[in-house]
Design a protein around this ligand. Structure first.
Ligand code: CAO
Length: 519
């Protein structure tokens, strides 16, 4: 951004200060010493109060050394612009890397492109959507120009700092004459799509072909010569998507873009052209398939691996839900005008919060390094949600100060966002305890693992009407829900969990008690 303003000789305007900050907050990619010097000199040449401020220059220098500001959380939907410092327009072509998308995020999955090769792009126009462990993020362009090369396909895992796409920037953008970058120079008027395929392919052939055995075998299955295919992966590596693209161009498979947006099962690759002859010829129906873990699945693999190292204590109890069912019915009848759907969950969430007020240890986090437990001030109750993108656990913040109607609304907001894969980092971070209502799908009870660094998670089984005996031996029907409280046994002992459970059960079985304690 700064480069643009300086080299276009546009006056630097203070109202664009925020944009500069966002550049400085880009990831710590290295730039060459020459580029750094040029940049800093150019900054000092600008006669502007922003740059005259020594703090400003200090920040620019710091960024250059790899010190960067983390992008703040707490935003509902993030849209990040790609960085400038590491990718000054050189010779008209810029590499547009994946910027730092959040604290501790090292890689993201590319979900979809909003642009394609050859397309004109405006500054701040959305380029693509990526997904980190925590949220879905829209990446926007810092440049006006033309997309010359898209380097990834949906489904690829892109490391922070890795190039997403190449752009030929607007003619007006002056560039740094850089020796290192000379090889990247592309004439402004050349036709983007004709640019590279052939020349790159020749280069590829000189240096041999990079690809995994699985990709080679995939090409072989389709009867393709791998050397004929241009690789778009790192260092020209041939990816499965390159084979799909090539096969689609040759008319062997259906459109690759269609395939890539679908579930990547091998049977689907043949699309409409799939015929019993072909599939049986390759024996695909009976072969093992490898499906890469993506998005929330990937995050689940990571977090469950961590959780499995924790010694768990499981406590199972049954809860009489008759009163809960009655209450839900009357809420449903009385609140039809609010336009919200009442399920059991908001009542269970509120009563859980009431019980947590008496047993704060269940609403805590454990720091293994410092051997310290932090009792969390807020009851940010996470709700495990099953979505087509995988398991995700957004949390309802500050349940202790929310009414049941507010909890219901927030639950429905989170559920809607989860189903459309639009949860923000804020929605999924900061949880203090989790509820997993597996009973909404089925099952008597589950045995969940804690959502680290939380120390408790509660699985709710399906509410079922079953026969019980009264004290005189008479049978009567009762709606029972099994609950399983799993807790970190390093922090919680069985007795504390059992007492907490008794308290919660009391609130669920006699919801009128909530009124005594609710604020
Ligand atoms: N027992 C019986 N019925 C239940 C129930 C339970 N434990 N939980 C929900 N229901 C009922 C609801 O009351 C609703 O009934 P109606 O349609 O008659 O009103 C119906 O089932 C559907 O409920 P819902 O799913 O729309 O709403 P919810 O608020 O109860 O649950 C959510 C929301 C997001 C928790 C749930 O949909 C879900 O995803 N559960 C799965 C959680 C999961 O995967 N856990 C495992 C994590 S570990 O891998």
């Amino acid at each position: 951004m700064i480069c643009r303003e300086i080299y276009q000789k546009n006056p630097w305007r203070c109202d664009q200060w925020w944009r500069w900050i966002s550049s400085v907050a880009a990831p710590p990619l290295r730039v060459t010493a020459v580029e750094r010097e040029k940049f800093l000199n150019s900054v000092s040449r600008v006669q502007d109060p922003v740059f005259a401020n020594p703090k400003t220059k200090h920040r620019a220098k710091n960024h250059d050394k790899g010190v960067f500001l983390s992008i703040p959380f707490g935003i509902r939907w993030c849209s990040l612009t790609t960085q400038t410092m590491a990718d000054f327009p050189v010779g008209g072509v810029v590499d547009v890397p994946l910027a730092q998308t959040g604290e501790g995020i090292a890689e993201c999955e590319l979900l979809k492109w909003f642009v394609q090769e050859g397309e004109e792009v405006e500054e701040f126009q959305p380029l693509c959507e990526v997904q980190s462990d925590k949220a879905t993020i829209e990446i926007t362009s810092r440049y006006k120009g033309k997309v010359s090369k898209v380097l990834h396909v949906p489904g690829n895992i892109v490391k922070v700092g890795e190039t997403l796409l190449k752009m030929v920037t607007d003619e007006n953008v002056s560039v740094f004459p850089s020796n290192e970058a000379a090889q990247n120079i592309v004439p402004q008027d050349c036709k983007i799509n004709e640019l590279d395929d052939d020349s790159l392919l020749k280069k590829e052939k000189i240096y041999g072909v990079l690809s995994t055995p699985a990709v080679r075998s995939f090409a072989k299955q389709l009867g393709l010569t791998i050397e004929d295919i241009l690789g778009t992966g790192h260092d020209g590596r041939i990816l499965k998507e390159d084979i799909l693209n090539y096969a689609a161009r040759k008319g062997i498979l259906k459109e690759s873009s269609e395939i890539l947006n679908e579930d990547s099962s091998a049977e689907q690759y043949l699309g409409d052209k799939k015929s019993p002859d072909i599939s049986s010829a390759y024996g695909w129906e009976y072969e093992d398939r490898s499906l890469p873990l993506r998005g929330f699945h990937r995050a689940m693999a990571k977090s469950m691996t961590l959780a499995a190292k924790i010694p768990h204590f499981q406590y199972v109890e049954e809860v009489n839900c008759d009163a809960l069912l009655d209450l839900r019915e009357s809420f449903k009848n009385e609140t039809s005008d609010l336009g919200i759907k009442f399920t059991f969950l908001p009542l269970l969430v509120k009563s859980l919060s009431m019980a947590l007020s008496r047993y704060p240890l269940l609403n805590s986090c454990f720091n293994e390094e410092s051997q310290e437990v932090t009792l969390k001030g807020s009851h940010n109750i996470g709700i495990a949600m099953a979505t087509s993108h995988g398991l995700v656990v957004p949390n309802i913040k500050k349940v202790q100060s929310l009414s049941i109607v507010e909890i219901t609304k927030e639950l429905s907001r989170l559920q809607e966002l989860a189903l459309s894969n639009k949860l923000s980092s804020n929605d999924v971070s900061g949880g203090t305890i989790t509820i997993s209502n597996i009973g909404a799908i089925g099952g008597k009870f589950g045995s969940p693992l804690v959502n680290v660094p939380e120390v408790s998670i509660i699985a709710l089984g399906r509410i079922q009407k079953i026969p019980h005996f009264d004290k005189d031996g008479n049978l009567y029907p009762v709606s029972i829900m099994m609950i399983n409280i799993s807790s970190d046994h390093r922090v919680l002992d069985g007795a504390t969990v059992a007492r907490f459970c008794n308290e919660w059960k009391r609130f669920v079985e006699k919801p009128e008690l909530l009124m005594l304690h609710m604020r």
